[in-house]
Design a protein around this ligand. Structure first.
Ligand SMILES: [Zn+2]
Length: 125
C-alpha cells in the first residue's frame, strides 16, 4: 500500500463534511478530491488537510461533545455504534498527532466493529 492510499483510507474513516470543500491553498485540490483519489496534489496538502481536522479535536477535548452514558438496557448494536463513534474521535486525534501506526490500529478496530454490526443486522432479518 502506498503512503498516499494509506492516508486516503484513514481519511475515509473520518466523517468531516465541512472538509469536503476545503481547498489546499498551494495546488487547489479539495479534501473531497483527495478522499476520492487518495492522492495528494502537493507536499503541502497533507499539512493543510490535517490542520482542518484539528478544530474538531479541540471541540472534543473542550468537552463540548457530550458522550453521555450508555443505558443499561442498550442493545449490543447501540453499544457497538457508540464504540465506533468513540474510535472515530480517537482516529482523528491520532491523525492530527501524526501517529499513523496507532491510527491504523484504531481503523482496524472500527472495521471489525462495523463488520460485526453488519452480521448482527443480517441475523436480525
Ligand atoms: Zn496541495
Amino acid at each position: 500500500m502506498s503512503m498516499d492510499s494509506f492516508f486516503g483510507s484513514l481519511f475515509d474513516m473520518v466523517e468531516n463534511n465541512n472538509s469536503e470543500v476545503d481547498r489546499c491553498p498551494r495546488c487547489g485540490i479539495t479534501f473531497g478530491d483527495f478522499k476520492s483519489t487518495g492522492l495528494l496534489g502537493c507536499s503541502y496538502c497533507y499539512e493543510h488537510f490535517s490542520k482542518s481536522l484539528i478544530p474538531t479535536i479541540k471541540r472534543v477535548q473542550g468537552g463540548l461533545v457530550h458522550v453521555g452514558k450508555i443505558p443499561m438496557n442498550a442493545s449490543k448494536e447501540v453499544v457497538s455504534k457508540r464504540k465506533i463513534d468513540e474510535l472515530k474521535i480517537r482516529l482523528r486525534e491520532l491523525i492530527a498527532l501524526e501517529d499513523f501506526e496507532g491510527a491504523a490500529v484504531v481503523r482496524d478496530e472500527i472495521n471489525v466493529l462495523k463488520k460485526n454490526l453488519e452480521v448482527g443486522e443480517q441475523n436480525a432479518e
